[in-house]
Design a binder for this molecule. Structure first.
Ligand SMILES: [Zn+2]
Length: 299
């Protein structure tokens, strides 16, 4: 039987990405032509054609400007989850600023869809060993699961020693939260990020298919795949950033959409929430009941 994997989209625009934050002032975001609405609609069309439901982690800044888009995502049967408000890296924020902006983003989304938002993903996976306090905040704000930990080494994110598989974790203050870490291929002592974004555009498709297939067949684990609406947009305005940032952002944009269509045929997908629920993790964390709070169970 084929395992069912999670497919996720981080709904943000090309000018929000962390790699460009030294070149684009956050206060000037409103000056850039927005392309997130059209690109997200294009993704919705691809998912409808393939008959799959996925999870959209929506940035609060985007949700405030495009509430109709968020409603469209929800009414098509997809999961609406939270990508924070400002796309500031978590470890550059104080806990109180992080708490306020994450609460604001969750409230904006819940006001629009009139349903509780259960999933959270940090900007650029920026929950690292420096910012594990954020897991407390996420649990205390009522999220049921997090998908921000990338168990690799990278210049901007990563928690190299963290577990690779979805699991229930205890936050530093003792709350319970389900974690769906970004998927990696374990090859000898090395962990290779293979499940989305720049890696999906960088590696040839046959390699991605092989690596994700190995996670399903050899590890018997569901993987979590991610991409951004701007990754299928070949006509987006070019930002004059450094060479590495430009390479990471623009490499193989023109191949992304056709690869995604192939991926949708080669693997089975569903929302992150349902993949975690089906694995029993949300239930074992005491988080499956509607309205259940996130405090650890007694005993
Ligand atoms: Zn992001």
């Amino acid at each position: 039987m084929r395992l069912i994997n999670a497919l996720t989209v981080d709904v943000e625009d090309y000018f929000h990405v962390s790699a460009f934050s030294n070149h684009i002032d956050r206060n000037h975001w409103d000056r850039y032509p927005c392309r997130v609405e059209a690109n997200t609609r294009a993704l919705l069309g691809l998912f409808e054609k393939a008959g799959v439901k996925v999870t959209f982690f929506v940035l609060g800044w985007v949700a405030e400007r495009y509430p109709a888009l968020v409603r469209e995502i929800a009414s098509a049967g997809h999961e609406v989850a939270c990508h924070g408000y400002s796309h500031e890296l978590v470890y550059r924020q104080t806990p109180s600023v992080f708490r306020e902006e994450t609460r604001r983003a969750k409230e904006v989304l819940e006001d629009i869809i009139q349903q509780p938002v259960k999933g959270y993903r940090a900007a650029s996976y920026s929950i690292t060993p420096k910012s594990t306090w954020a897991l407390d905040v996420i649990a205390e704000l009522g999220f049921r699961y997090d998908s921000s930990i990338f168990p690799v080494r990278h210049d901007r994110y990563g928690m190299p020693g963290a577990r690779r598989e979805p699991h229930v974790l205890k936050t530093p203050a003792g709350h319970t939260l389900v974690e769906f870490p970004l998927s990696t291929l374990q090859a000898f002592r090395y962990r290779l990020p293979v499940a989305g974004g720049g890696y999906f555009r960088l590696f040839p498709y046959w390699f991605t298919r092989y690596a994700l297939g190995r996670i399903n067949k050899a590890d018997r684990l569901p993987f979590i795949f991610y991409l951004h609406p701007w990754e299928i947009d070949t006509n987006q305005p070019r930002v004059q950033a450094g060479r590495l940032s430009r390479f990471r952002h623009y490499q193989n944009l023109d191949r992304c959409e056709q690869r995604l269509v192939a991926l949708l045929k080669d693997f089975s997908f569903d929302t992150a929430e349902r993949v975690l629920a089906n694995s029993g993790l949300l239930a074992s964390a005491g988080l499956a009941m509607p309205g259940a709070n996130v405090m650890p169970r007694a005993g």
